[in-house]
Design a protein. Structure first.
Length: 171
C-alpha cells in the first residue's frame, strides 16, 4: 500500500493502491485481531472517509487501520449509494480497495437474534434507531466492537454499545 502519507485529505491507500507480496500476511494478522480494540465504522463514517473531506477522520482511520473491520451491512449500503448516485470512478475505486483490504464482519444468525432483542428493547422504551443502524449495532455488540460514527446520539441509545466520533464537528 503506497500513497502520499501526510497529504491533505489523503490516506496511504487512497491515491494509489498496490497489493504487495506481504499483503496476505498482513491481512492474516489483521483478521486474527492485533490489538484488543475493534472499530466498526458506520456507513456515514466510511462515506466521509472515502471522500477525504475530514482530516481528523482520515488521520484516525489511518492510525487505527489494522483494528478496523467493515460490516457487510455498511458494504451493502455503500454499494447502494454508489449505484443510486452514480458515484465517480475515483470514489468507486477507493471503495473497492477498502473492501479488498479490510476484514469484513458478516451478518450472522447470532446477529439476527441480537438485532431482534435490541430492536424490541428500544421500541419498548420509545428509543428506536434506524433499521440499518440497529443491524450494525447488533454486529458491534456481538464482536465487542466500538462503532465509529458521527451519529453518536442515535447509537448511544443502544445499551452497552461502545461509540466514538472521529469526525470534526464542522463536517
Amino acid at each position: 500500500m503506497t500513497g502520499k502519507v501526510g497529504a491533505k485529505h489523503s490516506s496511504p491507500w487512497q491515491d494509489r493502491v498496490r497489493i504487495s507480496p506481504t499483503s496476505h500476511r498482513i491481512r492474516r494478522r489483521i483478521h486474527r485481531g492485533i490489538g484488543n480494540v475493534i472499530f466498526l465504522p458506520d456507513t456515514n463514517a466510511i462515506s466521509v472517509f472515502l471522500k477525504g473531506h475530514d482530516e481528523q477522520l482520515n488521520g484516525l482511520m489511518t492510525k487505527h487501520w489494522e483494528q478496523i473491520r467493515l460490516s457487510t451491512i455498511v458494504i451493502a449500503e455503500r454499494e447502494y449509494g454508489i449505484i443510486r448516485h452514480k458515484s465517480g470512478r475515483k470514489y468507486q475505486d477507493r471503495f473497492k480497495a477498502m473492501v479488498e483490504l479490510l476484514p469484513q464482519v458478516d451478518f450472522t444468525r447470532e446477529d439476527s437474534t441480537q438485532y431482534a432483542i435490541l430492536r424490541t428493547t428500544l421500541e419498548r422504551i420509545g428509543r428506536s434507531i434506524g433499521p440499518m443502524d440497529t443491524l450494525i449495532a447488533a454486529q458491534a455488540l456481538r464482536i465487542g466492537a466500538t462503532v465509529v460514527t458521527h451519529n453518536v446520539g442515535e447509537f448511544k441509545r443502544v445499551p452497552k454499545l461502545k461509540v466514538i466520533d472521529w469526525q470534526t464537528a464542522s463536517v
